[in-house]
Structure formats: C-alpha cells, structure tokens
Design a protein around this ligand. Structure first.
Ligand SMILES: Cc1ncc(COP(=O)(O)O)c(C=O)c1O
Length: 390
C-alpha cells in the first residue's frame, strides 16, 4: 500500500513523545475555558488583549454580516473588493503610521504572498535562523537562495551581507517577537546593517501586533522606525483576536502585491465578519492603550513570580514566557500535570523547537485577573516540585 508508512510515522511520533494531542474547546476563548469538558485557566491562546470574545468585536462581526453577508465569494481582483475591506486597510495604515496596507487571509499567507513577490531565482534572502515556518515556506516558494544568520546576531548578518554576491536583490527577514522564545529582534540595528548593504528589510510582527509600541502599533513603532522598514507583515489572528493577515508598507509596494502576490490573486479575501471584527479591534486600540498596559503588567508579574520560584524562563522579555524543560517527555508530563491541576498550557516540542529544547509555552493575556495569576503561580510551583524541576 503506497501510504502504509503514514500509520507507522504517527505511531513513532507517539512513541517519541512528539505527538500533538489536539484538545477540544467548548467555550469562548478567554482567561478560563472549557477544554476536553473541564474548566481550566487558559495560558495557551494568543489572545493577548482578551479580544477574541469581546462584545465590541462580536458587534462588529454581526454588523458586517447584516450589511454584507458572510463571504466574499471570489478573489478580489475578479469579483471586486468590499468597501469594508478597504476601510479596514485604510484604518490599519493610519494606525500603523504607514502609507498603505493590504489584507490577506492569514499571517501565514501574508508571508507566502510577500516574499516571492519581492525576490526570485538568483536573489538572496538573509533570514534569522529562528524565523517562523511561514517565512521559511515563503522563502522556499521564491526560489531565492536563503542564507541563515545566527539568531538576533547583527554581526553575523553583516558579515554574510558583506561577503555575498553583488548585483542581485537582497532581502533581510526577521520575526519581530520570536514566537517560541519571546525575545525581540534588534530591528534598529538590523535596519542599520540592511540599509548599509542596500538590502530590502522585512519584519514579521505577528506577535508584536497589539503588543509592542504605542497602543500596540507593533515593532516598527516600538523602535520608531516609521518609513524605514520596507515591509511589515502582521496578523490579526493573535492580539486582535480574529483571523487575517496584513502587509504594511509604501504605496507602490502594496500596489505591486495587489498585482503579483499569488495568495491575493488566487485565493478569496478575508471573510466579512472577520473584517468587521478587526475594524472594531483597531478602533478599540486607537481609543486606549489600557489593554496593552494590562497585558505587560500581567506578563511581568507572572515572569518575576516564575523566576522567584526557580524556573528557567529563557530569554523572554515579552508576554510569551517559555518554561525551559529540555526533554520532550518531561514537557508533555508537565503539561498533563498542569491540566490535572486546572491550568491549560501546552508542551512545545520538536519540530516546533529544536530537539532538547522542549518547553511549556505560557501565553499571557490582559484578560487574566490578579487572582488567576496567583492561582497559576501556585499550580506551577506544585507541578514544578512534583516533577523535580524546581
Ligand atoms: C511569526 C509568525 N508569523 C506568522 C504566523 C501565522 O499567523 P496566522 O496564524 O495569522 O496565519 C505566526 C503564527 O503562529 C507567527 O508566529
């Protein structure tokens, strides 16, 4: 049988403690959720600002459905684009203080859209070695040569740029906030090096959107690099609490993407309720940065509590906090014990992170209350002692 090997591969994953058990959620996404029938504290979702079930976003989605229906029913270049999609793109551009924005179906597709539209065979991409899978796939699709530089290492990046082929297009790509470690790319230094060697600069700010910068305007705002970073990819699937990708940049680049980016040309647009909800999310952030402040207060409180307990939280300086455990079986056992105690936080193992770097990834949210954070610290302490991690 041609596909006989598949069942064996799945069995092997289970034997090696690398199998991903996908749990069932039976409640809205919030600081507490019903997971596999049990009410637990949620430290797993990318719901940084607690917007996934926010009344204003639900209202935005419902109003969009009432006016426009549900789906766009074709790609935008063929069947037209709704005024709601245009409104969202204009609002996002203003919010991010950039000339223009184009939206796509997700952050993943945004990376697949941009990279092959900018570079091709014979060109060079300089990519942080820990960049997200969607960047890696976008690079592969482009057929450009990929040169990986050491994580966050601008000296290594410069060395590689300096000694690379001349007379071809060069694209430097980095994640903004790294999704598994919670550290931040030194974008100011990366900009200095990229501009010195005349390279295009692209940042994927999936985990910085709604988290970094004034009122969550993202990493470019955080480093005050407006107008300097060529491409800012973002997602509305995390802090915005919805689903959707975006690319922000100069008008001519965004226009080029509307003509050549394949996921824009050959796949339907964001759905109308998603667009309506995203509009409401931007409006909330424009009005107030309170949720972003609460997110950071919560994250700092939890991180310092975990450190005091003796946990290794790696290099995280953002609301993504890894509990570094190393061994994948230990990470999976840790996650199970947390769940038994009423806390949902997933084990992250190979291939999402390197072999031997398994961890529990703790995702903070502005939605957590002080009481929930204290309860979480008690649970982490209990499980950490039981499994002899602390
Ligand atoms: C850095 C980065 N880029 C892109 C994505 C994909 O975003 P989306 O879920 O909107 O497809 C993610 C999500 O995990 C991410 O962490």
């Amino acid at each position: 049988m041609a596909l006989g090997w598949v069942a064996k591969q799945v069995r092997d994953l289970k034997d090696q403690h690398l199998y991903n058990n996908i749990v069932t959620v039976d409640s809205p996404i919030g600081s507490e959720m019903v997971v596999n029938g049990k009410k637990v504290l949620n430290f797993c979702s990318n719901n940084y600002l607690g917007l996934a079930n926010h009344p204003k976003l639900k209202e935005g989605a419902v109003n969009a459905i009432k006016k426009f229906g549900v789906g766009p029913a074709a790609v935008r270049t063929i069947a037209g684009t709704t005024s709601l999609h245009k409104k969202l793109e204009e609002k996002l551009a203003k919010f991010k203080k950039t000339e223009a924005v184009i939206t796509l179906q997700s952050g993943f597709t945004a990376n697949l859209a941009v990279i092959p539209a900018l570079v091709g065979e014979g060109d060079l991409i300089f990519s942080d070695e820990l960049n997200h899978a969607s960047i890696i796939d976008g690079c592969r699709l482009s057929r450009a040569e990929v040169i990986r530089y050491a994580h966050l290492d601008t000296k290594d990046l410069e060395e590689k740029l300096k000694t690379s082929k001349k007379g071809v297009k060069k694209l430097v790509i980095t994640d903004g906030v790294f999704s598994m470690d919670g550290d931040i790319a030194p974008l100011d230094k990366i900009y200095d090096v990229s501009s010195k060697y005349d390279a295009i600069l692209m940042v994927d700010d999936a985990h910085g959107e709604g988290v970094l910068g004034t009122s969550g305007r993202g990493i470019v705002d955080h480093f005050k690099l407006h107008g300097k970073v060529d491409i800012e990819v973002g997602t509305m699937s995390k802090a915005f609490g919805v689903v959707g990708g975006m690319v922000a940049g100069r008008t001519e680049i965004i226009e080029w993407l509307s003509q050549r980016a394949r996921p824009f040309l050959f796949s339907s647009a964001m759905t109308l309720p998603d667009v309506g909800a995203c509009l409401a999310a931007v409006e909330l952030l424009e009005k107030s940065g309170k949720l972003v402040e609460k997110l950071w207060d919560n994250a700092n409180y939890l991180r310092s509590g975990l450190k005091k307990l003796g946990f290794d939280t790696g290099t995280s300086i953002t609301p993504i906090i890894p509990l570094m455990l190393g061994d994948s079986k230990l990470a999976q056992d840790f996650s199970k014990e947390l769940f038994n105690e009423g806390l949902f936080a997933k084990a992250i193992t190979y291939p999402t992170v390197a072999q031997g770097k398994a961890r529990i990834r703790i995702m903070n949210s502005a939605g957590h209350t002080q009481k929930q954070l204290d309860r979480a610290l008690q649970i982490f302490a209990k499980v950490g002692k039981k499994l002899k991690v602390i």
